[in-house]
Ligand binder design. Structure first.
Ligand code: PLP
Length: 382
């Protein structure tokens, strides 16, 4: 069996090569590399896909978070609550803007921000909540929006891992992940569910005023050329990346389905293994092929017999890539340690870092690979 990678961008590219190459060639022919027509077209396509009024493309997902916070005019000392178990970008921009990060624990089943912990963390200084839709599953947005409304807080959805996911509210209505809070952000990093061939990102909002503010911020704080009204940044999606994304966006739903299909295969194969906890979805409790609240950016197991690290090595020895997302909780990262934190408040995160393991997950996994991966895992943990 050939080596199995975490993601297989090469096989995916070979299937769409003609369309993507033609799009890129058009940009080269036009020489319109910055803010060319492809950026506008992709922006419009993504607005339609997400059913959101405004998409503002930018340079990457970390910038998107920073710009969203600048757009909401958060001030030094304002407290921003986010999850302890996530990629550092979320807390990094909070720190860069001299806002005060307030990290809280996550739920043991979905790995998303814990609602009780979130409620407990609110103080008079709290200004915003940043739910991260981790590994492709949307956080509990019913509860988060209710809390935000009650306390007059902004909600910034970090949707870097869940683009394409749908959230079903208690009343049965649906919205795309990232379009529920005041503002949503995403990343088009190559390995993300909608990835380009370099860096890219975007900000989404239904708020006309906020969209206007943000369009200026991404462009040096200019609303009229060479008149700088606010301190801005230079953060653009380049035309070649926009051309790639415009070609790939129509495939996003089929990509999400391919990931979900692999997840269903994995879950069935691990169902009767007592040492494994498989991912669940919050809406129906199990993964079914029609669940669209989880788009499986990662497929992450919890290994309960203490052999996670041995499994990690065993899989590598068998040519199966796998990864530990994330090995250190943010509250223990040197850059973000703080006396305010209490270890008892991070029971779930402190456990997850020792038990989680993510298996290969991408759009090109075939049954032969899935059979080999699941057999290797089950044989080792029997
Ligand atoms: C990837 C990612 C980001 C950052 O995106 P970049 O484009 O790499 O800057 C932010 N938040 C989360 C949760 C991510 O997974």
């Amino acid at each position: 069996m050939r080596k199995i990678h975490m993601v297989d961008l090469q096989s995916q590219y070979q299937k769409i090569k003609e369309t993507v190459d033609a799009s890129i060639q058009e940009v080269l022919n036009s020489s319109s590399y910055i803010n060319g027509p492809y950026v506008k077209e992709f922006q419009k396509d993504l607005e339609d896909y997400l059913d959101v009024k405004h998409v503002i493309p930018c340079a990457n997902g970390t910038d998107a978070l920073q710009i969203a916070m600048m757009g909401l005019d958060l001030k030094p000392g304002d407290e921003v609550i986010t999850a302890d178990f996530t990629f550092a970008a979320t807390v990094e921009v909070i720190g860069l803007l001299k806002l005060t990060p307030v990290l809280v624990d996550v739920e043991p089943d979905t790995f998303n921000i814990d609602i009780e912990a979130l409620k407990k963390a609110i103080t008079p200084k709290t200004k915003a909540i940043v739910p991260v839709h981790l590994f492709g599953q949307v956080a509990n947005m019913d509860a988060i929006m209710e809390i935000a409304n009650a306390h007059n807080l902004f909600v910034i959805e970090d949707n870097a891992q869940a683009i394409g996911a749908n959230y079903t509210f208690k009343d049965g209505s649906k919205k795309k992940a990232g379009t529920i809070g005041n503002v949503g952000t995403t990343s088009f990093f190559p390995s993300k569910n909608l990835g380009c061939y370099g860096d890219g990102g975007a900000i989404f909002t239904n708020d006309d005023d906020l969209a206007h503010t943000i369009r200026g911020i991404v462009n040096h704080g200019m609303y009229k050329r060479y008149y700088h009204d606010v301190v801005g940044v230079n953060s653009r999606l380049d035309s070649i990346q926009a051309a790639v994304l415009k070609a790939k966006l129509p495939l996003l739903d089929s990509y999400c389905n391919a990931r979900r299909k692999a997840a269903v295969y994995y879950n069935n194969a691990f169902k009767s293994n007592e040492h494994i906890i498989t991912p669940t979805t919050s809406s129906c409790g199990e993964i079914c092929p029609t669940c669209d609240c989880h788009v499986f950016h990662q497929y992450t197991l919890q290994i309960t017999n203490g052999k996670r690290d041995e499994l990690h090595q065993h899989l590598l020895d068998n040519g199966i890539a796998n990864a530990i997302y994330y090995p250190v909780p943010l509250h223990k990262q040197k850059a973000y340690v703080d006396d305010r934190y209490n270890e008892e408040d991070f029971k779930v995160t402190n456990t997850l870092i020792d038990t989680v393991i993510s298996l290969p997950m991408h759009t090109e996994l075939d049954e032969e690979q899935l059979a080999f991966i699941t057999k290797t895992v089950n044989d080792f943990l029997s």
